[in-house]
Design a protein around this ligand. Sequence first.
Ligand code: NAG
Length: 398
Amino acid sequence: MELLALLFLSFCFLTLSGRTFAAESGTPVTTVTVKEDDDVILPCSLDTNVNIEKVLFDWKKEGTVPQKEVFMYVEGNHYNNGLPGQDEQFRDRVSHFPEELKYGNASIRIKQTKLEDKGIYTCDFPRLQPEPKIFRIELVVEGRLKVRNVPGAAPHPSVTNLDQTNDWALLKCDVKGAYPKPTVEWWDSNNQTIPFEEPQVSKKGEHFYITLKTTVKKTGRYRCVATQKEIHHQIYKEINVHLNGAGPKPYVTILKENGLLECEVPGASPKPTVEWWDSDNKTLPSKTVQDEEQQGRFHVIVQTTVTEPGCYRCVATQMEKWHRISSEICVHREKTAQPPSGLPEWAAALIGGFIVVVFVVAVGVVLKIKGYSLKKDLQRMENGPSSELERNLTSEQP
Ligand SMILES: *[C@@H]1O[C@H](CO)[C@@H](O)[C@H](O)[C@H]1NC(C)=O
């Protein structure tokens, strides 16, 4: 129960990325996870009805001799109000929660965690009555991607289609000059690792050069992924493979929301003409950003910028083969709320006005009719019944 409560509370109060676990055996070890640069609360609590305003508690970090002093509290004196002895690493970064002391809560907050803050912390009550207590908390600091700052971070792998038939394609991935040594893999479009050949690894100085080949048997998009766990770095490069069929269908993508469209025709032979067309089949101005030949097959990438929402087609034509194939892509523009069905405002006003007039007239007519019949009723009540009675009486007379 206590464990559950602790888990829940920690979950509530830690940063979103924070996760906690606890081991129940021996001194409980709570694990708190935080992203580098975020603040973190290291939890440490006695029973909630023990007031520890007058109790000494001392936070230390294990792993060095002597252990680093993180935060000490002695009857109101602590490292932030003059008590000496705090380790340099934690200077001005650690605070406690004075309001929580009444409830036995000696948790601390560490500001802007650094990678070196990771490790085991102890929260010690050495003078507690009837017996001293000590808690252990593990802090895990997850590094952020700091690609630019990390020397040796693998650059984008380069990927090539070495050879291809109607049934398979041989793909090669090169990762150059990475340190620490990356794990390199081929993934399919579902991010599943696919089988690949034994990597060829060479080393120049401290840096690794890795080449990884794979044979794929299906049309699709494949990705070569280089991962450097130690520096939390992952980078990839994709390649499209089109097997069998005369000409590969172009791949079309919206590169930028402002309307930059890209069309990629992988591995076509003979060389196709690649164009962007609008919905009236008019050719749009476009830019060929890649036009490469590999083993007699052409890999062409053409970009265009469109300003209007609508559907556009990338058309690849191989004149020699009388072959033309295209792919379409539609560009939508998110519009801010507009009157539905584009009714102009004046029309809406006119219709509204008309409805009001009709209503007023209708009400008038109804009232008039009602008023008229009411009058009649009144008249009938005044003389109607009596004359009828008279009539009845007279008719009864012999
Ligand atoms: C102790 O105080 C901190 C800071 O207010 C809070 O996050 C934590 O949940 C408290 N622990 C308990 C057990 O109440």
